[in-house]
Design a binder for this molecule. Structure first.
Ligand SMILES: Cc1ncc(COP(=O)(O)O)c(C=O)c1O
Length: 462
């Protein structure tokens, strides 16, 4: 049995998979401030039309342009590993596989969409992209992609991560990107927040407001905004993860998968691995598909499915998603990329359908799992990824109790070599567990009172 399963470049999937085509209940549209669906034209100041077309597409398969594939070959196809060491340490009969997205130059799955987004913008005549970043992974990935296709990149980085992870800024600068701590005095949204909360740790919601404002107020008209997660076209680009995984499992004769796991901040690495398996589930396969989040930011496990803004300053349309409220500022846990108030509408709709079984884990459990993983498999995972590792370990223990040879596949979304401060604090006993109190949850729910409500009807049988 191989430890690593590779694909040749000529075996890379040549189309992305679009779950919107197969969801039993079609995805609900984004809404404008008047409560009416947003038309593609209304999104044009923010995104290029070729990406807007993907955002609203109902086509099941979308071709990956040859030039994009050539750029992806810099690190793809990524290896699928069998975690023999972890299995042995757990004494489980389960087979644990992980798809290793840490092999990209930026250290995570994020370039899988950064590269196509930069390429489509370039094709459309755009010269500069603005964006936000939580942990710094996305800002690094877009800076890398900007260098490949020749675009200027400006990144608003959540203040707490900017302070905790100074070398991410250096990575962005090495690829030619510019990195600004958020909230910043550069935008109206940033100035408003700083006036009210000068010491705020920042949030992804605030950084998104700044990045959107910086794009739409550029008088040249040659700047657009780029989002690293949440949106349909981002989920689409990431499905290359799951499509490769299926080919790799097929290569070694692994016929069925019992459990699929990914951590979820905005949902993209999870969706990337899971959506091709969700398609199997819709078609009758018996698979547990588990997105994992932190207990401190329990978007999928405790927050309602609501129409909400993607950002704090309400610059984005209302999206139908699980949300803790657009002005929610999550506690500063170390998994910066999981500190987002919302969730991908496609992931949210799949939860409403009962196709997914979301789970929340505590910070200390995720670090404990990451340390076991590092000592058995070698890779020091990102704090975000450690949530997926924790769930994979739980599932492997469950398989042991049940005496079942389950096949478990999880997404190793990134390495943690830029996140060692979190590990240092964990070893020093300085990290704590934190569950969001019920009254905080109620407070954020009040925000939805005056907003339109999405339908929670489900047509599937799950
Ligand atoms: C390594 C890693 N994993 C996961 C995430 C969460 O994002 P998403 O849910 O879009 O995959 C991030 C976000 O920054 C990340 O850096």
């Amino acid at each position: 049995m191989p430890v690593k399963i590779f694909l040749n470049e000529d075996e890379i999937p040549r189309q992305w998979y679009n779950l919107a085509a197969d969801l039993p209940t079609p995805p609900q549209p984004p809404l404008g401030p008047d409560g009416n669906p947003v038309s593609p034209d209304m999104l044009a100041p923010v995104f290029p039309m070729n990406l807007i077309e993907q955002e609203v597409s109902q086509e099941r398969w979308i071709d990956i342009p040859e030039e994009v594939l050539e750029l992806l070959y810099k690190y793809r196809p990524s290896p699928l590993h069998r975690a023999f060491g972890l299995e042995k340490a757990l004494g489980t009969p389960a087979k644990i596989y992980f798809k290793n997205e840490s092999v990209s130059p930026a250290g995570s799955h994020k370039p899988n969409t950064a590269i196509p987004q930069a390429w489509y913008n370039k094709q459309f005549g755009i010269e500069k992209l603005t964006t936000e970043t939580g942990a710094g992974q996305w800002g690094s990935a877009l800076s890398f992609a900007g260098a490949l296709v020749g675009l200027d990149i400006e990144v608003f980085m959540v203040r707490i991560s900017f302070d905790q992870k100074p070398f991410r800024k250096v990575m962005m600068e090495t690829w030619g990107g510019k990195c600004v701590p958020s909230p910043s005095p550069k935008t109206q949204a940033g100035r408003d927040i700083l006036a009210k909360m000068p010491d705020t740790p920042g949030s992804l919601g605030i950084a998104i407001s700044e990045a959107v404002e910086a794009a739409v107020t550029d008088p040249s008209g040659k700047t657009r905004y780029s989002l690293g997660s949440v949106l349909n076209h981002v989920m689409l680009h990431q499905t290359i993860i799951g499509l490769e995984t299926k080919k790799q499992l097929e290569k070694i004769g692994e016929k069925r998968v019992d459990v699929v796991i990914g951590c979820a901040g905005g949902g993209s690495n999870f969706a990337g691995l899971a959506f091709p398996f969700v398609s199997d589930k819709i078609n009758g396969a018996d698979i547990d598909i588990i997105p994992v989040e932190p207990k401190s930011c329990p978007t999928m496990t405790r927050a309602p499915f609501a129409y909400d803004h993607g950002d704090t300053a309400k610059m984005t349309p209302l999206l139908p998603m699980h949300s803790l409220g657009h002005n929610f500022i999550p506690p500063p846990i170390h998994a910066g990329g999981l500190r987002y108030h919302g969730m991908s509408p496609l992931v949210s709709q799949a939860i409403v359908e009962g196709l997914l079984a979301p789970r929340a884990v505590h910070q200390l459990d995720s670090y404990e799992s990451a340390v076991l993983f590092a000592r058995t498999e070698g890779i020091i995972v990102a704090p975000e990824t450690s949530h997926a590792v924790a769930a994979a370990i739980d599932e492997a223990k469950k398989a042991k109790e049940e005496g079942r040879k389950k096949v478990i596949v999880f997404s190793l979304s990134g390495h943690g070599l830029m996140d060692l401060l979190g590990y240092q604090k964990y070893f020093a006993g300085e990290l704590t567990n934190y569950s969001l109190p019920e009254d905080e949850l109620k407070k954020s729910e009040e925000i939805f009172a005056d907003l339109p409500k999405p339908s929670t009807a489900k047509t599937g049988k799950w």
